[in-house]
Write a protein that binds this ligand. Structure first.
Ligand SMILES: C[S@@+](CC[C@H](N)C(=O)[O-])C[C@H]1O[C@@H](n2cnc3c(N)ncnc32)[C@H](O)[C@@H]1O
Length: 252
């Protein structure tokens, strides 16, 4: 048994080769185009192989952060072609300090659900807030609710780039915790291999999110449709106090 993405990171782009990352990016750009300057800096937290970065406006700098070095290696090789290549950071999303701010911070495809508990959720949202430029926006795609686990695919088979991958999933729900066992059978030029990964995740409620965003001084909107995976989307901005609002109006 291996831990989350330890073995599957190198198969991730093949497994998700049919996923429409370009649709996510088109929706994100449409949602936040008003807050992004022409040379926007964007941080993609839990970026994985960073497939989203391929589709963003080439003038944007899209940095990535993940706690898995294999993903970061794949991501930085891919992103080298962009006119403004992004920077990559090996860190956990609930404990990072990059010494700069971003016009948009993204945490997509339910990666936030990998946080172990609400303490880590609060730390992560505070880190996001600390890295947000004035007027910037945070977009978070939450993980499924427990009663939506029935829609999580039990079995999938994908073939692309001379590689076949079969994935069977099993899971157990213990209160607000999920254990997911992903059984992979892969076939490529190196032969056939079988491995199982254990993924530990949390089901955060709408109240958990609201408390974490509140504590970090962020306003919150929830769009139940969200991006292409239909998991909904949180849009957060820094809360402006009355005195800050008056100062902004005076400077406008
Ligand atoms: C479902 S993948 C999503 C990857 C990518 N955002 C996408 O849309 O394809 C979840 C990602 O979260 C990352 N991850 C899990 N726990 C993390 C943590 N504590 N800090 C940073 N990244 C984490 C994993 O390594 C993986 O890349």
């Amino acid at each position: 048994m291996t831990t989350q993405f330890e073995m599957s990171a190198e198969y991730y782009d093949i497994f998700y080769s049919q996923r429409r990352y370009q649709d996510d990016v088109a929706a994100i750009e449409a949602l936040i185009k008003d807050v992004l300057p022409p040379d926007a800096a964007v941080l993609d937290v839990a970026c994985g192989s960073h497939e989203h970065a391929r589709y963003f406006n080439p003038r944007y700098q899209i940095d990535g952060l993940d706690n898995n070095q294999t993903f970061l290696d794949i991501a930085s090789a891919k992103n080298r072609q962009r006119p403004r290549p992004g920077g990559y950071h090996l860190a956990s999303m609930d404990a990072f300090a990059l010494g700069r701010r971003y016009d948009a911070i993204l945490c997509l495809f339910s990666s936030i659900g990998y946080l172990p508990d609400t303490t880590a959720l609060h730390s992560a949202i505070q880190c996001f807030s600390d890295h947000l430029a004035p007027g910037g926006v945070i977009l978070i795609e939450p993980w499924l609710a427990p009663d939506a686990m029935d829609s999580f695919p039990a079995a999938q088979v994908v073939t692309a780039r001379q590689t076949s991958i079969a994935r069977i999933s099993r899971h157990r729900i213990d209160g607000d915790k999920l254990t997911l066992w992903l059984h992979y059978l892969t076939s490529d030029s190196a032969g056939v291999q079988y491995f199982v990964e254990e993924h530990k995740m949390s089901f955060f409620s709408a109240d958990d999110y609201r408390r974490a965003f509140d504590a970090a001084g962020l306003t919150l909107e929830f769009d139940p449709i969200g991006l292409s995976s239909a998991r909904g989307l949180y849009l957060c901005r820094k809360r402006v106090t009355a005195s800050q609002g008056r100062a902004m109006a005076a400077n406008a």
